[in-house]
Write a protein of this length. Structure first.
Length: 355
C-alpha cells in the first residue's frame, strides 16, 4: 500500500527528489535577486543588501533607493512570489485530480468567475451597489472578484455531483460551459462599458502586479500560504488516485474528500491571486508539467516544486514586463503566454520521448 501511494521515482533519467527541490529553491532566489534590481528605477544589488540590513537593524535613512525598494519593489516581489506559488501548486492539484497534464486551474471556473465579477463591479457597480465603495473602499473590486471566483467554482462543483459522487468528466464539461458563459458576459459588459470602464476591464483581465500594496499582499499571502500548506498534504492521496479511482479506494483513500479538498484549495489560492492581480495565465499549466518532465509524477515532488517554479516564472516575467518597454509596462498575463509558450514547446520537444 505505502509503495503504491508513494510512487517512488525509479527512472534513471530523472533527477532525485532532493536535487529537484534544491534547484527549485535556488531558482527562486536567483529570480528574486534579478527582479529586485531591475525596473523603471534600477537599484544595485549592494544597495538592496544595505537596505535590507538597515531594515533589520532599524537604521533606515529614507534614501530614494530605500523608499522605492521598500514601498514599491518589495511588496511587488512578495506578491509575485505568493501568486506564482499559488498558481503553480493549483495547477499541479488540478492535473493530479483530473489525471491529465493539460488540466489547468481555469477548468473549475475560478479565474473566469473572478473576471466576470470584476467586470460587473466595474461596469454596473455604481448602479447596483452604490454603497459598496463607501463601506469597502479600495477593497470593493478585490472582494467582489474573490467572491465571484469562489461562487462560480461552487456552481461547477455542484453541477458535477452525480449519485453521491463527483464526476470528473462532468466537472470538466461544466467548467468549459461556465467559462464560455463568463466570456460571453464579459463581452456584453465590454460592449456596455464606457471607454474608461473598458480600459479598466482590459487592464484587469490582462494581469499585473502593479497594484501591489502591503495590505493586499498580507491578505493574499495568508490565503495562498494556507492553501499551499493544505495542498502539500495531498501528495500521497493524489499518487494513489493516479493509479485510478477504483485502485485508490482499495488503498483506503477517500477519493471524494480528496476531490473536495483539491477544488477548495485551488479555488482559494487562484481566487485570491486573481482578485488581486487579474488573470495571469499559463503558469498553472506549464509549471507542473515541466516539473513532471524533469522529476517524474510523484506528487511529493510535483506539488512543492511546481509552487517554486511558478513563483520563479512570475517573478522573471514581471521583471521583463517592467523593463522591456520602459516607461510603459507590459501586461503580465500577456507576457507569461508570449514567453512561456515557446519555452514550453521547446521543453516538450526536448523531452517528448518521456511524456
Amino acid at each position: 500500500m505505502s509503495q503504491l501511494q508513494l510512487m517512488p521515482n525509479r527512472a534513471s533519467h530523472r533527477l532525485p527528489v532532493t536535487t529537484v527541490l534544491a534547484l527549485g529553491a535556488v531558482l527562486v532566489m536567483l529570480s528574486l535577486v534579478a527582479a529586485s534590481a531591475r525596473g523603471a528605477f534600477d537599484i544595485g544589488i549592494v544597495s538592496i543588501a544595505r537596505t535590507m540590513w538597515a531594515l533589520a537593524t532599524g537604521t533606515l535613512d529614507g534614501s530614494p533607493d530605500q523608499l522605492i525598494f521598500l514601498n514599491i519593489r518589495l511588496p511587488r516581489l512578495v506578491l509575485g512570489l505568493v501568486a506564482g506559488a499559488g498558481l503553480g501548486m493549483s495547477g499541479a492539484l488540478m492535473q493530479g485530480m483530473f489525471r491529465n497534464p493539460l488540466a489547468d486551474p481555469g477548468l473549475i471556473g475560478v479565474s473566469s468567475g473572478a473576471a466576470l465579477a470584476a467586470g460587473i463591479t466595474i461596469v454596473m457597480g455604481a448602479l447596483w451597489f452604490p454603497d459598496l465603495p463607501r463601506s469597502l473602499g479600495s477593497w470593493t473590486l478585490v472582494l467582489m472578484a474573490f467572491a465571484g471566483g469562489l461562487g462560480v467554482t461552487a456552481l461547477i462543483y455542484v453541477l458535477s455531483q452525480s449519485e453521491g459522487g463527483t464526476r470528473i468528466s462532468v466537472m470538466l464539461l461544466a467548467g468549459i460551459a461556465i467559462n464560455a458563459l463568463a466570456g460571453a458576459g464579459l463581452g456584453f459588459l465590454s460592449f456596455m462599458a464606457t471607454d474608461e470602464q473598458l480600459r479598466n476591464i482590459q487592464f484587469w483581465l490582462l494581469g499585473s502586479l502593479g497594484g501591489a500594496r502591503w495590505s493586499a499582499v498580507g491578505l493574499v499571502g495568508t490565503i495562498v500560504l494556507m492553501a499551499v500548506g493544505a495542498g502539500l498534504t495531498m501528495a500521497r492521496p493524489l499518487n494513489a488516485i493516479a493509479l485510478g479511482e477504483a485502485q485508490a479506494h482499495l488503498l483506503g483513500v477517500d477519493v471524494e474528500r480528496v476531490k473536495r479538498r483539491a477544488v477548495l484549495v485551488t479555488a482559494l489560492a487562484v481566487g485570491a491571486v486573481t482578485a488581486c492581480t487579474g488573470i495571469i495565465g499559463f503558469i498553472g499549466l506549464v509549471a507542473p508539467h515541466c516539473v513532471r518532465l524533469i522529476a517524474g509524477p510523484d506528487h511529493r515532488v510535483v506539488l512543492p516544486a511546481s509552487a517554486m517554479l511558478g513563483a520563479a516564472l512570475v517573478l522573471l516575467a514581471d521583471s521583463v514586463a517592467r523593463t522591456v518597454a520602459q516607461p510603459a509596462e507590459l501586461p503580465l498575463g500577456v507576457l507569461t503566454a508570449f514567453v512561456g509558450v515557446p519555452f514550453f514547446l521547446l521543453l516538450l520537444r526536448t523531452f517528448r520521448g518521456r511524456v
